[in-house]
Design a protein around this ligand. Structure first.
Ligand code: FES
Ligand code: FES
Length: 231
């Protein structure tokens, strides 16, 4: 026969089970919950370092998973007048990453990696392009000019010299992109007056705010090249 004590115990036990189920749902969830709490405390204590480690671990796992399913490709490029045969290329690699990470042409800079700053500007078949936004594989056979390819040996390109003459930079991070863009700008005939230069250079952001000097440099190089001037 069940005593009153036994009934009360049974009720307490089942109440505790219900509470546990409501809070943790299952034992696995409880472990998961404890893990989350521990992770949250660690993240709060260690801050960005912890998060960076966690992200790196996730990225590493993704990379491994993706690499096993991807199909590598081969392409040919002419970069700064030199031919490159590139094998085993991940088709998701951008021109910027190919230049910097694989070919070690690090003049082109990665600013935003989202097509918003222009630091990565290179010339592809004579046109200025944000190299962070274009895949290397779709440029198979293209001619690419980077900041490293503008000078003629020891002789600077007139645009490079003009940037130096006019202090067209401070930290210099945006400068390779600015110069590549400016070289194409003059060739395109989009440097006829100040307003036009500002408008057609608006994709190249300078966080140091060297715009006045950049404008002066571009005008000097334009005048030396004999390109058309308005009026
Ligand atoms: Fe390419 Fe900013 S890095 S536009
Ligand atoms: Fe520093 Fe332009 S010179 S960002």
């Amino acid at each position: 026969m069940t005593s009153e004590f036994d009934l009360r115990m049974e009720k307490d036990v089942s109440t505790a089970r219900i509470k546990k189920t409501l809070i943790f749902r299952t034992r696995t969830s409880r472990r998961h919950f404890l893990f989350q709490v521990t992770a949250a405390i660690a993240a709060f204590t260690l801050g960005p370092r912890f998060l960076a480690l966690a992200q790196a671990a996730t990225a590493g796992a993704t990379k491994t998973a993706d690499l096993s399913t991807q199909e590598a490709v081969s392409i040919r490029l002419t970069i700064n007048g030199k031919g490159y045969a590139i094998d085993q290329l991940d088709p998701r690699v951008t021109v910027l990453d190919l230049l910097r990470e694989r070919l070690h042409l690090t003049g082109s800079k990665k600013g935003c990696d989202h097509g918003q700053c222009g630091a990565c500007t290179v010339l592809i078949n004579g046109r200025r392009v944000n190299s962070c936004l274009t895949l290397a594989v779709v440029n198979d056979g293209a001619e690419i000019t980077t900041i490293e390819g503008l000078a003629d040996g020891e002789r600077l390109h007139p645009m490079q010299a003009a940037f130096i003459n006019h202090d067209g930079f401070q930290c210099g991070y945006c400068t390779p992109g600015q110069i590549c863009s400016a070289v194409a700008l003059v060739k395109e005939g989009h440097a006829t007056d100040d307003e036009q230069i500002r408008e057609w250079m608006s994709g190249n952001i300078c966080r140091c705010g060297a715009y006045t000097n950049i404008l002066a440099a571009i005008k000097e190089a334009r005048d030396q090249s004999g390109a058309a001037v308005k009026g």
